[in-house]
Write a protein that binds this ligand. Structure first.
Ligand SMILES: *Cc1c(COP(=O)(O)O)cnc(C)c1O
Length: 423
C-alpha cells in the first residue's frame, strides 16, 4: 500500500480543517510514521554492532524533520554546503555527518572541515590531493562498473559518474594511507527505489568482499561499509513493500560470516532518504478547474513546482479524493497543474471518483524528493510544508514562497562590469 494507512487515518479526518486554516496547496508530513519507520530500521539491524543510518538530507531538507532524525540517533548524509548547514543546525557534529559529494569544490571541502569536520566520502582518487587537510578517517565511494548491473532507476554503473573503479580501489586506500589516513570506510550507492531486498543484500556482500580485498592487499581494516540509500517504497497500490526484516536477517548473517573469517567486522552504515520519509508525506491540493476536451482534466492549485517526480520520471503517485473514499473510481482524468509544460500532470488517465470543483485531492508519498526537488520555472512557486505532530497538532515548518522570494535574486538595476580589453 502506498502511504501508510495509519497516516491516512490520522490525516483524513482533519485535512479539510487544516486546508481551511492554512490554505492549499501544502505538503504535510507525519511525525509518528517517520519515527515508526526509524525505529523499525534500527530494530531490524540491531544485531549488527554499530548500525548507523545517515539520513539523506536531500530527500526532505527541513530542520524540523532533521531534528526528528537526530533524536532517532541518525546521522546525516550531505552533499552540499546548505545541507551541511542544516545538519549542523540541528546539532549534528563530526562523524554524525557524512559528506558524500561529487565533483567537489575546494570551498566545499573547506566548509566540510569546519565545526568539527565530518566524514569525507571521496568520489575520486584525485581528490586526495585537493582536500585541504586530509582527515584521519577516509572513505571512498566505490563504483563496481560491469561487476554489477545496477538497478533499473539508477542504471548501469559503467555509465555512472560516481566513485572509483574496481581497479582503482586498492590504490585509492594505499594513497590515503600513505598520506596519513589511519581509519577507513567504504561506500557505494548502486540502487534507487529498489523494492527487491535481495539487491541490497548483494550490495552488502559486494562491499564486504571489496573490504576484504583491500584488507588483504594493504593490511588495513575498515571501520564501516556504507551500502548507500536506494531502499524502495511501494508507490503503486499493487506493489509489495521491501521485505526489511528478511533483508536485515540476510545482511546480518553476512556480517557475522565476515567476523568469523576476519576476526573483526566493519560497522554497517546506510543512508536512506526515501525509505525514511517518502510514505510519510502527502501533497494536499484543491481541484479548481474542470475541463472537458479530448480528455477530462482536473486542474488543481499546485503544479510540478511542488512535486517533480511524475513529470520527470513518469512516476506514479497514488491520489485520493478526500471524502470520496467510498465512491467507485468511475471516471478517467488527467490531473494537471498550471505550468506551461504539457508534462505538468500529477496523474495521466487515472481512474478516480467523479471530482467536483473544490474537492481536496491527497497525492501520496511526497515525503522524499518531493518539495525538495521543486523549482520556480514559469514563475510557479513552491508551496508550504506542514508537520502533523504525534500529539495531533499541526506546525507550519516552511511557508509558501512569495513573489518577493521569486524576485529576491533579480538585479532590477544591473550590476555592470566592463572588461578592460573591450574595444
Ligand atoms: C540520493 C542519495 C541517497 C538517498 O537515496 P534514497 O533513494 O532517497 O534512499 C543516499 N546516498 C546518496 C549518495 C545519494 O545521492
Amino acid at each position: 500500500m502506498p502511504m501508510s494507512n495509519d497516516f491516512k487515518s490520522r490525516l483524513q479526518p482533519v485535512v479539510a480543517e487544516i486546508a481551511a486554516h492554512y490554505g492549499t496547496p501544502f505538503h504535510i508530513y507525519d511525525e509518528v510514521g517517520i519515527r515508526e519507520t526509524g525505529e523499525a530500521l534500527k530494530s531490524a539491524f540491531s544485531s549488527i554492532d554499530g548500525f548507523q543510518e545517515y539520513y539523506a538530507v536531500k530527500a526532505l531538507p527541513n530542520p524540523q524533520i532533521l531534528k526528528i532524525m537526530h533524536e532517532l540517533g541518525f546521522g546525516f548524509d550531505c552533499s552540499s554546503i546548505p545541507e551541511l548547514i542544516l545538519s549542523r543546525g540541528v546539532g549534528a557534529r563530526g562523524e554524525q555527518i557524512m559528506f558524500t559529494s561529487n565533483n567537489t569544490t575546494t570551498e566545499e571541502f573547506d566548509f566540510a572541515a569546519q565545526e568539527g569536520g565530518c566524514i569525507l566520502n571521496l568520489d575520486d582518487l584525485s581528490l586526495l590531493d585537493k582536500v585541504p587537510q586530509l582527515p584521519e578517517l577516509v572513505c571512498f565511494r566505490y563504483n563496481p562498473g560491469p561487476r554489477r548491473t545496477g538497478n533499473i532507476i539508477i542504471g548501469n554503473p559503467v555509465e555512472a559518474k560516481y566513485g572509483v573503479t574496481h581497479d582503482q580501489v586498492v590504490e585509492a586506500y594505499r594513497q590515503a594511507r600513505d598520506k596519513g589516513a589511519t581509519r577507513f570506510g567504504l561506500h557505494t550507492m548502486v540502487a534507487s527505489n529498489e523494492l527487491d531486498y535481495t539487491y541490497m543484500v548483494e550490495t552488502a556482500r559486494m562491499l564486504l568482499a571489496v573490504a576484504g580485498e583491500v584488507e588483504s592487499a594493504l593490511g588495513i581494516r575498515f571501520e564501516f561499509v556504507n551500502i548507500g540509500g536506494g531502499f524502495g517504497i511501494p508507490y503503486r497500490p499493487d506493489q509489495q513493500a521491501l521485505d526489511l526484516p528478511q533483508m536485515a536477517r540476510e545482511i546480518t548473517a553476512l556480517f557475522a560470516e565476515y567476523k568469523a573469517e576476519h576476526g573483526y567486522v566493519p560497522k554497517m552504515v546506510m543512508e536512506s532518504g526515501r525509505y525514511m520519509t517518502g510514505p510519510h508525506g502527502a501533497l494536499v491540493t484543491r481541484a479548481i478547474n474542470l475541463k472537458q476536451t479530448y480528455r477530462d482534466y482536473v486542474g488543481v492549485d499546485s503544479c510540478m513546482s511542488a512535486l517533480m517526480r511524475p513529470a520527470l520520471y513518469e512516476a506514479y503517485h497514488h491520489i485520493d479524493v478526500i471524502g470520496k473514499a467510498d465512491q467507485a473510481a468511475t471516471k478517467v482524468y488527467d490531473v494537471v497543474g498550471s505550468l506551461c509544460e504539457n508534462n505538468d500532470k500529477f496523474a495521466v488517465q487515472r481512474e478516480l471518483p467523479v471530482i467536483e470543483e473544490g474537492d481536496l485531492l491527497m497525492i501520496h508519498d511526497t515525503g522524499a524528493h518531493g518539495h525538495a526537488m521543486g523549482f520556480q520555472y514559469n514563475g510557479r512557486l513552491r508551496p508550504q510544508e506542514l508537520l502533523l505532530r504525534a500529539n495531533g497538532s499541526v506546525e507550519l515548518i516552511r511557508r509558501a514562497e512569495t513573489n518577493e522570494d521569486y524576485f529576491a535574486t533579480q538585479n532590477f538595476v544591473a550590476d555592470e562590469f566592463k572588461p578592460a580589453r573591450q574595444g
